[in-house]
Write a protein that binds this ligand. Structure first.
Ligand code: SF4
Length: 444
């Protein structure tokens, strides 16, 4: 098997939360919480997820713009190929252990491109000098040689050698991103980490930049870690994709496999949000309802259970799945004290007349997308009783009975990874019973 260019294992980045006079640590925001993936030479891996899922923090931790809290990042570029682990189990190519000299050399081989090209340049420096600066920092003192290399690169990214002496404000957003690409390529890296490189650009320009990245990747034999919140962009540019949710990778696999047969409900929801060019086609968007959790306090079990449209019903319960999601959301809102019954009454009141209790009950069900009757008689009784308690302002008791009656295995058990095909894995309890993912030797 070809040695990966980049091998990330159990990478974590936690930000401490401190409080009080003594600034004691009282918790941590687990922005990246144990992710693992490989990138082969010449391959593009997409890292996709909603904003706040930890993908940009993962990128900064891989390249050590931020110090990882734990884990290993083995980079086999820069002529360090074929190195073996030392007897103590560490790897000589582990970026997280590099000293300053090794880190400087690593940054020659791994470059980053950011979302906003406008903020990436010093407005007082010509773009030629901005691109050539890295050559100078890394020891190329010959000014003429630097200029020749930069002019050649400006042409390769679709600009002109004459642009060398112009200033950033003279370029459009798309052109600035071309200059950022030239700057990333100037040290002839093996790996580029691109963090949302097209999301600040117009759609028409996006396509041009994506196609340029594609061409340059082939021309320079690059590997790419491509971060995006947009599945349609991922489809255009990536070979494989890792889907991230709340600091974890929930599904990883080849782009064709994941787009044609997604296995994780979160991946399904992301895919369903891709707009279709055909206005007659039905929009199959999956709306994720329920609480969006915080990385400072991630949910127990499967982290997606507070929003998952396929969240599992416990043994012996078999109700309409939309009702089930609604019941869980209703339970969580009652427990969190989020339901304002007075407001609901006002919403349904017609003029001065107070609404009938049945109307308030129906409105509450509507708000949580729960049908007129839940198929399971026990659950229906509990729901009805809980709504009655809410209407009598006894939120606490309502929360108690809902919490006792409405439970899901997804909140109790952390899903293991399941193999679905070559190189395709996901972590969802619905696939329990299938072969689990082989343990990764690097995790030992
Ligand atoms: S484990 Fe449960 S909550 Fe998590 S993705 Fe699977 S069905 Fe949804």
């Amino acid at each position: 098997m070809t040695e990966p260019l980049l091998s990330v294992r159990d990478l974590k980045k936690h930000y401490p939360i401190r409080k009080g006079v003594f600034n004691r640590q009282v918790g941590a925001a687990r922005a990246v919480d144990g992710i693992s993936f490989d990138i082969a030479p010449g391959e593009t891996l997409g890292l996709v997820g909603e904003s706040g899922c930890g993908k940009s923090t993962a990128a900064s931790s891989v390249i050590r713009l931020e110090e990882p809290t734990a884990g290993e990042v083995v980079f086999n570029g820069n002529g360090r190929e074929g190195a073996a682990r030392t007897p103590d189990g560490t790897h000589p190519n582990d970026v997280t252990r590099f000293d300053d000299d090794e880190l400087k050399a690593f940054r020659r081989g791994a470059q980053m491109i950011f979302q906003d090209p406008s903020s990436s340049f010093d407005p007082r420096m010509s773009v030629g000098n901005a691109v050539g600066e890295l050559l100078k920092v890394h020891g190329m003192s010959d000014r003429h040689r630097r200029r020749a290399i930069v002019e050649d690169l400006l042409e390769r990214v679709g600009l002109s050698a004459n642009d060398f002496d112009r200033y950033p404000h003279e370029f459009s957003g798309g052109q600035k991103q071309r200059i950022a690409l030239a700057r990333a390529l100037v040290l002839n890296p093996d790996l580029i980490i691109a963090d949302e490189p097209v999301s600040a650009l117009d759609v028409s320009i996006q396509a041009e930049i994506l196609s340029l990245i594609d061409d340059l990747q082939e021309e320079f034999g690059l590997s790419l870690l491509f971060i995006s919140h947009d599945m349609s962009v991922i489809r255009q540019i990536c070979d494989r994709v890792a889907v991230m949710y709340l600091g974890e990778i929930v599904e990883i696999g080849p782009v064709e496999g994941i787009f044609s047969d997604p296995q994780h409900p979160y991946t399904e929801a992301l895919l369903s949000s891709i707009p279709t060019p055909d206005p007659r086609a039905s929009v199959g968007g999956i709306e994720l309802k329920g609480t969006v959790p915080s990385p400072t306090n991630p949910p127990s079990g499967c982290r997606f259970h507070t929003r998952c449209h396929k969240v599992i019903q416990p043994e012996g319960v078999d109700v309409d799945q939309d009702d089930w999601r609604g019941l869980l959301n209703f339970r969580d809102s009652v427990v969190a004290g989020e339901i304002d019954v007075e407001q609901v009454r006002e919403n349904v009141a017609a003029g001065e007349t107070a609404p009938a209790e049945s109307e308030v009950r129906a409105e509450l069900r509507r708000e949580f997308d729960i049908g007129e009757t839940v198929d399971d008689p026990d659950l229906e009784r509990t729901l009805s009783e809980a709504i009655g308690l809410l209407l009598q302002d006894d939120d606490e008791r309502a929360g108690e009975i809902l919490s006792n009656a409405i439970t899901t295995p997804c909140a109790q058990t952390e899903p293991a990874r399941t193999v679905h095909g070559p190189d395709h894995e996901s972590a969802c309890l619905r696939h329990e019973g299938r072969a689990s993912a082989e343990p990764n030797p690097a995790d030992d």
